[in-house]
Design a protein around this ligand. Structure first.
Ligand SMILES: Nc1ncnc2c1ncn2[C@@H]1O[C@H](COP(=O)(O)OP(=O)(O)OP(=O)(O)O)[C@@H](O)[C@H]1O
Ligand SMILES: CC(C)(CO)[C@@H](O)C(=O)NCCC(=O)O
Ligand SMILES: [K+]
Length: 234
């Protein structure tokens, strides 16, 4: 069995590839339970956490072949936009590879909404760079930490224009991210310099669904982007 691992800022996420080349999620408990049937582990990491180190040690103990994916100036025909490619987060690179292989539109707007939110632009076979900002939770928490009067409450934050603090904070942060994506689309279209170009917005990460439901543009939620990227390195 081939296992794919995405070591994010907060969580380690695992998946395996079925005989039909499908990606199926795997819990950490299931991974350890079935470790004797794992032949190979392919991983990308933006955070070498103790959780990751334990997994890698267990792999060595079980004679599993381990392969770490790093960012390279190009992958097949896809060109990386960063000048110093090692500085690009491998999660962003893998999501871009996964999206480029899955979607046929000329312009791809790839959004990973996790601890951080990242937005990457891919025009045809070129990654054009992107943006990094605090994610939905971090955006709210950073203000709570700095402003004594600001607080959150997940059960009372339903007002779009908040007349209470939790609603004001939640929707302020949510629409900052929604507006970021919409601005990214506008600027990417300008960069591509063609109104006729087809475009797709693909959202992944823990906050993909909520962003999808508030975007006024068409977008697709795909939780497997990073794994689809990792799968190319089998
Ligand atoms: N039950 C939950 N626990 C934690 N975060 C949640 C939960 N439900 C939704 N979220 C949202 O998901 C986000 C985290 O997304 P994700 O699961 O992709 O995390 P991550 O692994 O830390 O991301 P990254 O890839 O950046 O490391 C949080 O910012 C939060 O807003
Ligand atoms: C931006 C994050 C934290 C998102 O997970 C990650 O991709 C990362 O650590 N990137 C390195 C910096 C960069 O991509 O420019
Ligand atoms: K993520």
């Amino acid at each position: 069995m081939v296992v794919l691992l995405d070591a994010g800022n907060t969580n380690v996420k695992l998946a395996y590839v079925t005989d039909d080349d499908e990606i199926k999620r795997l819990t950490l408990a299931d991974f350890y339970q079935s470790i004797t049937s794992v032949d190979k582990l392919i991983y990308g990491s933006v955070n070498d956490s103790s959780e990751l180190k334990e997994i890698l040690t267990a792999c060595i103990d079980n004679n599993i072949t381990v392969k770490k994916v790093e960012v390279t100036p190009s992958f097949n025909n896809l060109i990386c936009g960063y000048n110093v490619v090692a500085n690009l987060g491998v999660d962003r690179w893998l999501a871009t590879i996964g999206a480029r292989l899955t979607y046929s539109e000329n312009i791809l707007i790839i959004v990973d909404a996790g601890t951080a939110i990242t937005l990457d632009i891919c025009i045809n076979q070129e990654h054009k760079g992107g943006w990094i900002a605090p994610g939905l939770m971090l955006m709210q928490q950073s203000i709570i930490d700095k402003a004594p009067g600001v607080f959150t409450n997940e059960s009372i934050n339903s007002e779009i224009f908040g007349t209470d603090t939790p609603s004001a904070l939640f929707h302020g942060s949510l629409y900052a991210l929604v507006a970021m994506i919409e601005k990214g689309v506008e600027l990417a279209k300008k960069l591509a310099n063609e109104d006729e170009c087809s475009l797709s917005i693909i959202l992944t990460g823990g906050d993909a669904a909520i962003l999808n439901s508030h975007l006024s543009l068409n977008s697709d939620v795909n939780h497997d982007l990073v794994f689809l990227g990792l799968q190319q390195f089998i």
